[in-house]
Write a new protein. Structure first.
Length: 364
């Protein structure tokens, strides 16, 4: 049986979907699972034993043409995708993204059985012939519900469901190789030398302005813990300029802070995150990479709902500004002018959460 699994982007979304892909492969081990993904995200799926074939597709390019109504380019890209998928002869396609663009992927696959989410927008429902009913709950649970539709359509291998306790079932997957791990260890050893202090990873910045914790807040956290931990900073090219003041202040004060902003691939970042004792992040890709790697996390949430998107497995602390009634608004621009949900998170709260995790792990 050939299965096409559809979750095109982005970091957190793809990692959330890995639990559903694992469910499929564990229940249908003889099936060949193909995952179609945005090329820049493909490395997140490398070395994943539950993904047999990675199919990159230029989703961002297609979306760019779509916004400009380049209909000829859009048709050409879709037709090329159809030709690319044709040799696989897919029996089933599983769409856990639920957008118009993924509906077009379903159409291009020519699979007779097309499973998807219920309650989707952008006419996605037109392209599926089996859908889930649930619209609530954590995204990982909703993705697994789509995978479970297979049981009603295809005879399932006999699997002992008693082994699927909730933490295992809902765990995200991200696999690091031994060589990648060794490179990360060597880098950290060179920078921190013989330090035995706990290492705290700081994932700076997010894709939404309203989800970000202000640079001065990060700076207060670093200054408040400079003598007790070593820091590693993570982020993309955007964060290099945005957090320049934080990096400069740490360097001026002689604070041990290993700056990797804009300097790593996703897999290099993952290998370094794996070497951290605690990871602090807002709702962004690096948070979910850390969770998938089994690292303890301190997660800062404001305009997004942790009950839907946040950590649900492993050792974690979720921090929110509980004084507000507008938490989880999902607005990319705060109508109040400033995202008080994030501004209201005190560095002392974060420091205490980090200390609690470190003390718990030290005493266990």
């Amino acid at each position: 049986m050939n299965i096409l699994f559809v979750r095109l982007s982005y970091i957190g979304d793809i990692l959330h979907a890995t639990a559903a892909a694992r469910w499929i492969k564990q229940h249908y081990p003889h099936a060949i699972l193909h995952w179609i993904v945005t090329p820049s995200m493909a490395e997140l799926l490398e070395h994943n034993p539950y993904v047999d074939v990675i199919i990159p597709w230029a989703r961002d390019e297609y979306e760019a043409h779509s916004k400009k109504l380049h209909l000829r380019k859009m048709w050409s890209m879709w037709w090329q995708l159809r030709k690319q998928l044709q040799p696989y002869h897919f029996d089933v396609v599983v769409d856990v993204q639920g957008r118009l663009i993924t509906g077009l992927v379903l159409l291009a696959s020519k699979a007779p059985l097309r499973l998807g989410l219920g309650g989707t927008k952008e006419l996605n429902w037109l392209f599926t012939n089996r859908k889930t009913k649930s619209k609530e709950g954590h995204v990982i649970e909703r993705y697994i519900e789509v995978a479970e539709l297979l049981e009603k359509e295809v005879e399932c291998l006999s699997v002992d469901d008693s082994t699927y306790d909730a933490p295992h079932l809902l765990k995200m997957d991200l696999f690091i190789t031994a060589s990648e791990r060794q490179v990360a260890k060597d880098q950290i050893h060179i920078y921190f030398k013989s330090s035995h202090k706990p290492r705290v990873g700081l994932v700076l910045g997010t894709s939404w302005k309203t989800k970000e914790w202000a640079p001065y807040k990060w700076q207060e956290l670093v200054k408040g813990m400079e003598h007790s931990v070593d820091f590693i900073c993570f982020g993309g090219p955007k964060e290099v300029k945005q957090y320049e003041s934080l990096i400069d202040a740490a360097e001026k004060d002689g604070i041990p802070l290993y700056n990797r902003l804009g300097m790593t691939t996703l897999r290099e970042m993952a290998a370094l995150l794996e070497q951290c004792d605690v990871v602090v992040a807002c709702d962004t890709g690096g948070l979910y990479m850390a969770i998938a790697l089994g690292k303890p996390v301190v997660a800062l949430f404001g305009p997004t709902d942790p009950a839907e998107w946040g950590p649900i497995t492993g050792d974690y602390r979720i921090i929110q500004n509980k004084s507000l009634s507008c938490l989880g608004c999902r607005k990319r621009k705060c109508p109040k002018g400033e995202p008080y949900c994030m501004i209201g998170i005190d560095p002392i709260q974060v420091k205490e959460a980090i200390g609690d995790i470190i003390d718990t792990r030290h005493n266990s």
